[in-house]
Design a protein around this ligand. Structure first.
Ligand SMILES: [Zn+2]
Length: 278
């Protein structure tokens, strides 16, 4: 069923686990994420990033997301990932998205506050939850869903001021991850900064760039107060690898295999982020 993201995140915060937030790019991936969540009996934050608009429009994503979310008993938030401006947020909300991210993290602090506050003022009266980002999670990898940019760590005091000034429901922080694939193994996560950010604000924290971060790092992030973890590249990498290692003779066969592979990756992450893997 379609559900609000904030409630999921507050429950996760209390239970010291994190909810996976995968980006879907077509109906096969959306169905795979929702079916896997149902199989796990866990909520999922089904996310759409506008960077995928050339293969899936916002309108298509809204229809597909609502279709699958409405057919399962587990909670599914339909989330706009990396919203670029208020106009896009308004379009997403009008189409039925239940939460939005506004990402002005590349802009100076005051501008980020102003734009994020504007989105909160619009969204909250409509019952829509808002995620924003402070510090900047960049990208090392042009093949990923984001353009290449440098990361900059979130300052704990800025995180506190940002949440107070904007009233956001979830805060994406930068603690060492980046979008896409990593060139040099698993990243170094700054757990000291995460601890200080956690102590500086009660707002549920979000980690972008979860792919390739390593199970141990992700589990520790979840234990230390990260409630939502964004993952994308690990799903497409696994599906692509399977396509090459076990070639299918038909396109529907490739699609089916991709769906099963994506479901397997999702079940792994769901269990990991809930602390169910030994
Ligand atoms: Zn992201």
């Amino acid at each position: 069923m379609l559900a609000a993201m904030k409630k999921m995140l507050l429950q996760a915060q209390e239970g010291h686990y994190a909810v996976p937030s995968p980006d879907f790019w077509d109906s096969v991936s959306a169905r795979a994420f929702v079916k896997a969540a149902e199989r796990c009996g866990s909520p999922v934050i089904l996310s759409y990033a506008p960077i995928h608009r050339e293969i899936l429009s916002l309108e298509e994503a809204a229809e597909i997301g609502r279709f699958y979310a409405g057919r399962v008993d587990v909670s599914v938030a339909l989330h706009l990932d990396h919203g670029t401006d208020l106009e896009l947020v308004k379009r997403a909300v009008s189409l039925g998205f239940t939460s939005v991210m506004i990402d002005a993290s590349a802009l100076p602090f005051e501008e980020n506050v102003r734009i994020s506050r504007e989105v909160v003022d619009y969204a909250h009266p409509l019952g829509i939850d808002v995620e924003a980002e402070i510090g900047h999670v960049g990208s090392e990898d042009e093949a990923g869903p984001h353009s290449v940019s440098e990361s900059s760590y979130t300052e704990p005091d800025a995180a506190r001021r940002f949440t107070e000034l904007t009233g956001v429901d979830a805060l994406a922080v930068s603690i060492g991850t980046s979008h896409g694939a990593y060139k040099n193994g698993t990243p170094h996560i700054n757990f000291d900064i995460l601890k200080k950010i956690r102590e500086s604000t009660d707002v549920p924290l979000v980690l972008h760039g979860g792919s390739g971060t390593g199970d141990e790092n992700l589990r520790k992030c979840a234990e230390m107060g990260v409630c939502k973890i964004n993952i994308y590249t690990d799903y497409i990498s696994a599906a692509l690898k399977k396509t090459y290692s076990d070639p299918q003779s038909s396109w529907p066969g490739v699609m089916k295999q991709a769906e099963e592979t994506i479901m397997g990756v999702h079940e792994h992450y769901d269990r990991l982020l809930r602390g169910l893997l030994s």
